[in-house]
Ligand binder design. Sequence first.
Ligand code: ZN
Length: 274
Amino acid sequence: MKTPHKRRTIAILLALTLPVVAGTAAAWGDIGHRIVAELAWRQLDPSARAEVERLLKADGDDSLPDVASWPDRLRDNPETRDLGKATGPLHYADFHDPKCHYNPPVDCADGKCVVGGLEKYVAILGDRHKSDAERAEALKFVVHFVGDVHQPLHAGNRDDKGGNEYQVQFDGKGTNLHSVWDSKLLYTRDLKWDAYADRLAAQGPVTLPRAIPPLDNAYAQWAEESCQVVATPGFYPDSHKIDDAYVAKNLPVAELRLREAGKRLADLLNKTLD
Ligand SMILES: [Zn+2]
């Protein structure tokens, strides 16, 4: 009697777990994207909040955190697979300069990097002549890409697919550095995304790094900051081991990036939707 029930429970658990596992390969895991969206939502002014709610509702979505990982799921669905492929390069930027200076012709040819993705979709989101459907889609990309550009390994300058090819040991298991930064560092807190957002929000307003001129390219600055984090000595552990000292040093860095992303996403939406 117990077996079918148990089997069904396992099937449901698997169904719930799999999309999250699939998502972790491409970006901050679902948890990181949800935290960024939630932190931003709490800092939206009333008119931007109303417009976000209106666009999400028109698209049949419930909340900003719910849509924050949507661009990572596009390839899982036959109907959206082509859009997923076309927008794949917009989730990251590959820097070529050891000093992390952003060089658009090389690092973002034809606008195909996360900086170009933000430029493209922020413009659509802010264009009142576009349809609600187009603007809702743009909103989902913007929420996601602001998160991605703050994940340091989405804008690094090593030729290793953003740390995906750098194998490490963590908690007695083999993984890679990208996966550690996507979600495994955050999982060490053992918090669900909403409780995690509460924890970060309780730290108060984040002080953002000073904007580097020209001010019209904030997205490039965010990417350069990520690159600088990746270029920090010790970011790539020579031992290929993620030990307690690595977590103690880098978890606060990951959390600061989430808080910066949340604040910047809120500022961006407030400006674009007012
Ligand atoms: Zn992504």
